[in-house]
Design a protein around this ligand. Structure first.
Ligand SMILES: [Cu+2]
Length: 159
């Protein structure tokens, strides 16, 4: 929590100033706090692509309406490959969460640098079924002195 407060102070942004994400293009994207709602229904993410600005501290609120478990794994290709090959069935680290059937789980992820990332569910067969998407992290016009690699607040509750 102290880390979050430090980032908020460094960015000079009020804690309540989060925005609900749009899957639309990247025009007007700014660094700062952002809330991104993702629904999983019939083993599909409600978004297939996300544009964020470098320096965005994003809180993902992931709602799983299905009667089966899912997960949200954010990261580059190496992260996705490692999780796909791995055998770990439960995730609760920054940008890597399990989302049990009929629950809402949140995670906060800091997009520290421009680039291409992915999000996916790696439970058996889910990736091939189509549970994946892309994230474009766009360069911000100016940089910040403080760039934590990530921040994480995870919690889970029933729908
Ligand atoms: Cu899944």
């Amino acid at each position: 929590m102290a880390v979050i407060a430090t980032v908020v102070a460094a960015l000079g942004i009020a804690a309540g100033a989060g925005l609900v994400a749009s899957a639309a293009g990247g025009a007007g994207l700014r660094p700062g706090l952002r809330t991104i709602a993702v629904t999983i229904h019939f083993s599909r993410f409600s978004i297939s692509h996300l544009d964020v600005a470098e320096g965005t501290l994003a809180t993902f609120v992931v709602r799983n309406t299905d009667p089966i478990d899912h997960e949200l794994i954010i990261g580059d290709q190496a992260v996705q490959d490692a999780v796909e090959r791995g055998t770990e069935l439960h995730h609760n680290t920054p940008g890597q969460i399990s989302v049990p059937a009929g629950s809402v789980v949140t995670t906060t992820y800091f997009f520290a640098q421009p680039g291409a990332l992915f999000f996916a569910c790696h439970l058996p067969g889910h990736l091939l079924y189509g549970m994946h998407g892309t994230i474009t992290v766009r360069g911000a016009p100016h940089s910040f002195g403080l760039r934590p690699r990530w921040c994480h607040i995870g919690r889970s509750h029933p729908l």
